[in-house]
Design a protein around this ligand. Sequence first.
Ligand SMILES: Nc1nc2c(c(=O)[nH]1)N[C@H]1C(S)=C(S)[C@@H](COP(=O)(O)OP(=O)(O)OC[C@H]3O[C@@H](n4cnc5c(=O)[nH]c(N)nc54)[C@H](O)[C@@H]3O)O[C@H]1N2
Ligand SMILES: Nc1nc2c(c(=O)[nH]1)N[C@H]1C(S)=C(S)[C@@H](COP(=O)(O)OP(=O)(O)OC[C@H]3O[C@@H](n4cnc5c(=O)[nH]c(N)nc54)[C@H](O)[C@@H]3O)O[C@H]1N2
Ligand SMILES: [Mo]
Length: 785
Amino acid sequence: MGFSRRQFLGGGLALGGALATGAPASILRGLGIAKEVNAAPVNDQEKISYSCCNPECNNCSLQVHVRNGKLVRISPNPNYYTRPCLRGRSRLQWNYHPDRLKYPFKRVGERGEGKWERISWEEALDTIATKLGQIRDESGPESVWFTAGAVMSVLPNSMQRRFANAFGKGVMTGGIGSLCCAAQGEASTATQGYRTAGIEEKAYSKLLIAWGHNPAVTYIPHSRIMADALDKGCRLITIDPRFSETASKADKWISIKPGTDTAMAMAMIRIIIEENLYDEKFALGRSNLPFLVNEATGKLLRQDDVVAGGDHEAFVVWDQSTNGPALPNEAVAPVLEGTFKIGDLTVRTVFARLRERVAKFTPEYASEITGVPAEDISEVAYTYATVKPAMIDSGMSGAQRTSSGAYFVQSLLNLAGLTGNIGLLGGGVNDTGGFSHGTNVAINAPFKADNKGVIPATKVGEYLSEGKPYPIRAIYWQGKGMGQLPNTNKVVEGFKKMDFIVVQEHFFGDAASLADIVLPVATLFERYDVMCNSRSFYYHLMDKAIEPFMEAQSDGWIYTELAKRLGFGEYFDKTEEEWIDVVLEQTGLTVESLRKSGPVYQWSDPKLNKYGVKWDKKPFTFFVDTPFKTASGRFEFHASRWEDKGFEPLVNYFPPEESKETAPELYEKYPLSLVANKIRTKVHSTYAIMPWLSEIYPKGWVTMSTVDAEARGIKDGDMVEVFNDRGSVKVTAHVGNGIRPGVVSMPNGWWMQQGYCSSVLSNDYTHPQAYGHALNSTLVQVKGV
Ligand SMILES: Nc1nc2c(c(=O)[nH]1)N[C@H]1C(S)=C(S)[C@@H](COP(=O)(O)OP(=O)(O)OC[C@H]3O[C@@H](n4cnc5c(=O)[nH]c(N)nc54)[C@H](O)[C@@H]3O)O[C@H]1N2
Ligand SMILES: Nc1nc2c(c(=O)[nH]1)N[C@H]1C(S)=C(S)[C@@H](COP(=O)(O)OP(=O)(O)OC[C@H]3O[C@@H](n4cnc5c(=O)[nH]c(N)nc54)[C@H](O)[C@@H]3O)O[C@H]1N2
Ligand SMILES: [Mo]
């Protein structure tokens, strides 16, 4: 039985049917207690509590309707500013899905063979404690790798970090970078001091440039704000190799070669500088463009370079009034451009060096690199420099999930800084992941952390299978999609080398299928949790609404039981509600107060945000009320943080890893550039098997241009193989003109066992500047099958 659209829209539903086409056959089928749950209109017996959608998404407030101890409906919170989309509403099916893990299991066959035996919690916990304890004694706590995915509410991941920390008394294997937005975070930190978000500020923009970002799909609940701005006359330009859903709403779609965006931005910077379209006041007063650089070293000049006993932390500018060096805030007439002599030293301003850096990036030169017509580059540059406020809406852009993503984000920030769009309501670069809540993170670590080694987020396969940074023997894997990791076949290889693997999940996903012990975990409705995270400027209590399904238990409960068995139970001496009160300690909020108030806005009280500010009129604007937190206290075009770390501090363009320029032989075999795009029925691998959602997109696909398809004898709807040296996926071809020739795109979120996991193809390259994800710098070939 499938679910028809009619049933979905009508609200009546029956749970417990077979999975929609494409979903994995569950080894648990038959053990199920598929129950009939009939949703009914709201009535007096219904109990409603509040929760919050917790994958890495928009974190919408949810109303949870419960009747006779059963979840019957998820509805929007009428007092909240976003409304949950079809994914949030489908959580009902999540909870009662026939394939939901019901009991703890242990592997009885070979790893990955699929033979399992149901065991008791006692046996599961005793086995895990014994095994982890033994491995710790033999090889040190750092040989157990604890890892968790993008679950954005506080407790599950904090409880795991606390457990890992206490397990090794601080000694552990750390992680570095992320699959998501490491480049965004690193460049924002290097330029401004921290990440910001401008989701609500969009309403005030007159121009939006959606750069490698598709908010019409990835910010569905918030995209109303963009639509309102467009209604008021705001213009929208979309820069994307695909004609994305956001491009379809735009005044202009710029189709660009993946991984080349920095070259386009540098051409725009050149136009803005050459045509004097920059904001001189911001440049001189708030940025480090007038700072002097020692021409011999390429490093920022410090006061102690030129004055005996000077301050090494102080930077230097050229003051025209004295015709000599001065401290930035003391100079009467700081100079933006020039080369000067101080004793034997030749020094030049950052601005002059930036002008020189972008000199060769004429629109024509950038056009050759990017494939964007030179006139379009000029037009975007002039429009951006002359319409205010203008926001570069990059979100956590697909263009920063490329091999030199941090320079891409830096180039966008440079554009915003040059045009004075920083600290301007409706301007800036929208990073949707800025963390700013004022919570207590102490629960993460009872001991001082001492990482013996780190595993880069994209390098899991290589590190586990090649024994880096040292042989890892066990994995404790909590709520994370294996098929989200690049070069996934290598990850599987790594898993097969392990002595012991624990997976704590809702479903028998890819990691679980390779584990030794699989633990059924309670959903957000079945436990207490709190959301104070980056996509929602609110604090949400996630109240427990129902008892856990079958034998499921919360992540917190599991760690508490294991801690007792491993002899550090004293660090797990609280209930979930008590932990939430610890998290909220410095905010003055409590479980009880949030239960009464509903979601609380973080700018409504100085105690609720890291910046200690209150903002109750317009949306909060970063860098009006908050300072830059860089070494200079200014917006840094020459990033002193990167200079200190030995990375090129000024924006620069590097061609993508895996391109015609960088890997001609590979390009010969695999001439198509693969990019990832997120789709409305999934948040990563979460929701992979929800019937309502799978009805919309049952199977994976590859989108390719008519030109590339014809050259390969492929027609729309054909089955094709997409492949490279890392792996191969068979999917249906969607052929059309909505994608740039030479580029193919694949949506993400199917499990490996479903057969459509595009990550088996993804590049696992990572650059130590940010340790970001370079999946959009991947070459493939496509052929008909
Ligand atoms: N091919 C491809 N790969 C990508 C991307 C792409 O676009 N294409 N995008 C990348 C990006 S931007 C990101 S952020 C990552 C995200 O990748 P992941 O961090 O792996 O995120 P999810 O796939 O959402 O996995 C979350 C898991 O947590 C489980 N879960 C939910 N709630 C709980 C809970 O309370 N307890 C426990 N124990 N488990 C829970 C869910 O069942 C799900 O399996 O993927 C990256 N990888
Ligand atoms: N429905 C849904 N919403 C989500 C998520 C989800 O999985 N599903 N995930 C959430 C998370 S964790 C994140 S990080 C955000 C991400 O939000 P987005 O960054 O908006 O998501 P993507 O679809 O990965 O990438 C956006 C666009 O980048 C384009 N692109 C790829 N490579 C390049 C390039 O080199 N240059 C340019 N200019 N464009 C390029 C792709 O074609 C795609 O249209 O979305 C969040 N929201
Ligand atoms: Mo992400």
